[in-house]
Design a protein around this ligand. Structure first.
Ligand code: AMP
Length: 395
């Protein structure tokens, strides 16, 4: 049971750090409201208990103070649509007298949305000003709830610092799910535990690879990063993506996996293209990529072998595509892995922007146990790091 379940918000004013960093079109309409929908369980719990909810978030990357296009007022109508009968108010600032008055006037059962936190540098950039800003955010508030996993890896005023100024603090339902899957399940996995790691580069996944090598039974490698490992093994890589400066590191990871008894699998075949283009000439080759060609997807034998490992798994973590899945002719590996994960009875955890996008495109999202809402945060969590936004509500 989540800690929030056993808490009674009756008569309390709770501030929730939500993730309303939603895409807007040129008319400032929300084009994807997944994140707003995701925040509803926590908001409703507070309201149903007889409490009041103050919502704070960032939106986009404002550079110098307030900007119309990044105002959180643009999310109000969507939010109101999901909360019929509830008074949803907006105040065009997040600290100061106006906000204090709005908090004081807020009745139980009502929602107050504050303006974009990142209109103040004290939210995310000015470290010295953070405590003062966080203290102001906490004024007039009884409970702090963090439900924004996407920013939990950042020690910002609203994600970590504010917790020290509020007596009661806890994770919201969304954050709680992330902790349960990316934290608890990965720390104590049912075995076999299979990790699928792909994406463009080894450099972006170095720490996660090291961490998973100490936890997993099997690691399946795909995507551009595979060819740095090929190079480490002395295979020909043609024009495939490679990080020369990480070839030695790749060797170390391979040795480390071997010494730990991890089944570290690389593609046994690949789709090698004569150019980086969906219309390229494609040949399926083994582990030697011909000169003048680049490997842009795993081949059919690899997909079969990886699918067989996934079928045996009890826990699967997947981060990063198997190839350039944005181009249809190089998407088979990624969508094939997606299907294998969906078909398996394992607890399946999907983290990272591109694998989540692939799962959503495949229409198999409801077959996964958990789809993480945070790209960078999920990677850092899998790396075994303690995330400031989680630490703050657990202390
Ligand atoms: P990442 O952000 O590191 O997870 O990388 C995702 C990107 O890696 C996607 O845009 C893919 O198109 C790209 N990618 C995957 N496989 C390859 C490959 N074999 N060669 C070049 N880029 C790739």
């Amino acid at each position: 049971m989540a800690a929030i379940d056993s808490f009674d918000f009756k008569g309390k004013k709770a501030i929730i750090r939500v993730d309303f960093n939603v895409p807007l079109n040129d008319k400032f309409e929300v084009t994807d409201d997944t994140r707003i929908v995701g925040a509803l369980p926590t908001i409703k719990k507070i309201l149903n208990d007889g409490g009041a909810a103050v919502l704070m978030s960032h939106l986009g990357r404002p550079k110098e103070g307030p900007e119309e296009k990044f105002s959180l007022k643009h999310v109000i109508s969507k939010l109101q649509g999901y909360l019929p009968g509830v008074t949803v108010k907006f105040v065009d600032d997040c600290i100061g007298d106006k906000v204090l008055k709005a908090k004081a006037d807020l009745q139980m059962g009502e929602v107050l949305v504050l303006e974009n936190l990142r209109f103040y540098k004290a939210e995310d950039k000015d470290k010295e000003a953070m405590p003062g800003f966080a203290k102001q955010l906490a004024e007039g508030i009884d409970v702090y709830v963090n439900d924004a996993f996407g920013t939990a890896h950042r020690a910002h005023a609203s994600t970590a610092i504010i917790a020290q100024f509020v007596k009661e603090k806890m994770a919201g339902y969304l954050l709680d799910l992330e902790i349960k899957f990316l934290g608890d399940t990965v720390a104590n996995p049912e075995r076999p535990f299979v990790a699928i790691v792909g994406g463009a580069k080894v450099s972006g996944k170095l720490e996660v690879l090291k961490s998973l090598t100490s936890k997993c039974d099997t690691i399946l490698i795909g995507g551009g990063m595979a060819y740095t490992f090929y190079k480490a093994l002395g295979y020909k890589i043609g024009n495939s993506l490679v990080e020369e400066d990480l070839v030695d590191t790749a060797k170390q990871i391979l040795n480390d996996a071997k010494s730990k008894g991890v089944n570290f699998m690389l593609p046994v075949d690949n789709l090698a293209a004569d150019k980086f283009d969906n219309g390229a000439d494609i040949v399926e080759v083994g582990t030697e990529i011909p000169d003048g060609r680049m490997a842009l997807d795993i081949g059919s034998k690899t997909l079969a072998a990886y699918s067989a490992e996934i079928a045996k798994a009890k826990t699967v973590v997947w981060n990063g595509p198997m190839g350039c899945f944005e181009m249809s002719n190089f998407s088979k590996g990624t969508f094939g892995v997606c299907k294998a994960v969906a078909d398996s009875s394992a607890i399946s955890i999907i983290g990272g922007g591109d694998s989540v996008a692939a799962v959503n495109q495949s229409g198999l999202a409801d077959k996964m146990s958990h789809i993480s809402t945070g790209g960078g945060a999920s990677l850092e969590f899998l790396e075994g790091k303690e995330l400031p936004g989680i630490k703050a509500v657990r202390e």
